[in-house]
Design a binder for this molecule. Structure first.
Ligand SMILES: Cc1ncc(COP(=O)(O)O)c(C=O)c1O
Length: 399
């Protein structure tokens, strides 16, 4: 007899495709040498945290009495920390948050889990667009909701608004977006956010209740061209919630620090924030790591050296498109989405693997004929991988 929870068993006993490839890469490295394995599977930042992070840690260690430093903070995070992040939000985005619109979390995963738990009642549905971060389904279902994945425009991979208009029914509690996007690198520009906001506003009015816009933003600062900006959703849509993380911007994924920010203009602002606090409590996500709350307050808005990702993005995009591969131009994050030659991403990844190129097929992201290439790797890995991609391209020409 099994006494444990079958759903949790299912989640825990099966590795994600990305983790599967990551583990294979480690094993393969012991067989043929790390330099001969071209692992493009995982989104682990490849540049160190900015110097300011270490300086902040040293300063905090020196200046804060240890009992206070390592003690519990308020469940929602230290008030001073939240005040500093709120002040910076105003400076950076022109949106006036107060400390009581912010809830410090253990990274974006916790921000999302808390948000879905806070919003979901039985039967609620959330909409997102393919391609999407596969954990969304786990997080929504854990809160008792249902995730519906709608298509994006086949060329731009921006939301298909006709599909959204059809999909917005009274059972939809929220729409979840992720820009810059994992896995496509696509950034939703101002027009996209405006169109989305207008549609959600229209439907919220029609149904007589808010439809929330949940914006998952761990890659917010990772954009590479002067004309690329990531609009702040709170300026366009009142019933919005931002799930942020310092994992990628400051290269701190192992430290688990981020926040949820509730739009102060939200129609149910006080109730939603209280539900966020309640969800944090119910999930055991209270008092995010105290040292890194303080580091976040000191370094909010800073980034690691993004020039490395830009160089990688340029090299990879040019290299792959010159070889005849179809790629979506990645404006941000550190992923490139590549159309699988031959149309079958599983087969494409299997063929790539013969050249020791380890890529992630797009099936888990909701796009069966695409492949994700994570370029948060040493630049030299891309330089040495391109001739192998050339062999792969030539193989497809022969088929
Ligand atoms: C789109 C997206 N959302 C959320 C997360 C989770 O981020 P964190 O490590 O901060 O929990 C990731 C991590 O890769 C991600 O790519």
């Amino acid at each position: 007899m099994k006494t444990y929870n079958e759903t949790m068993y299912g989640l825990g006993s099966k590795r994600s495709t990305i983790r599967e490839i990551f583990e294979y890469a480690k094993l393969r490295s012991t067989e043929i040498g790390k330099e001969n394995v071209f692992d493009f599977s995982i989104g682990n930042p490849s540049v160190p945290a900015p110097k300011a992070v270490n300086e902040a840690i040293e300063k905090i260690l020196k200046e804060t009495p240890p009992v206070e430093l390592h003690g519990y903070t308020s469940a929602q995070g230290g008030k001073d920390v939240r005040e500093r992040i709120a002040a910076n939000y105003l400076k950076r985005f022109g949106v006036e948050l107060s400390a009581d619109d912010l809830y410090m979390t253990c990274g974006a995963a916790a921000s999302l889990t808390i948000t879905f738990k806070a919003l979901t009642n039985v039967g609620d549905e959330f909409i997102t667009f393919a391609p999407f971060f596969p954990e969304y389904k786990v997080f929504v279902e854990n809160a008792g909701g249902k995730l519906t994945v709608l298509p994006s425009d086949a060329t731009t991979l921006l939301p298909d608004f006709k599909a959204l208009e059809r999909g917005l029914t009274p059972s939809v509690k929220g729409v979840l977006i992720n820009s810059p996007n994992n896995p496509s690198g696509v950034v939703y520009g101002e027009n996209t956010v405006q169109t989305l906001a207008a549609l959600l506003k229209k439907k919220s009015e029609e149904f007589g209740k808010p439809i929330y816009l949940i914006s998952d933003e761990p890659y917010r600062e990772l954009v590479y061209d002067a004309d690329t900006t990531v609009p702040c959703v709170m300026k366009y849509y009142e019933d919005s919630i931002v799930c942020y993380s310092y994992s990628k911007s400051l290269s701190l994924p192992g430290e688990r620090i981020g926040y949820v920010a509730v739009n102060p203009q939200a129609s149910e602002r006080t109730g939603v924030y209280a539900a966020i606090c309640g969800a944090g409590r119910s999930l055991g996500f209270v008092c995010a790591p105290a040292l890194f709350q303080r580091v976040a307050a000191e370094c909010d808005g800073m980034t690691s050296d993004l020039s490395v990702y830009k160089r990688n993005r340029d090299l990879l995009y040019k290299g792959l498109t010159d070889l005849g591969f179809t790629c979506v131009y990645p404006d941000g994050a550190f992923y490139l989405f590549l159309k699988a030659a031959g149309g079958d991403a599983v087969e494409f990844c299997a063929r790539a693997k013969k050249y020791e190129l380890l890529l992630v097929n797009g099936e888990d992201f909701g796009c069966k004929d695409w492949v994700r290439v994570a370029y948060c790797v040493p630049t030299e890995q891309i330089e040495r991988a391109l001739p192998l991609f050339q062999k792969l391209a030539e193989e497809y020409k022969r088929i």
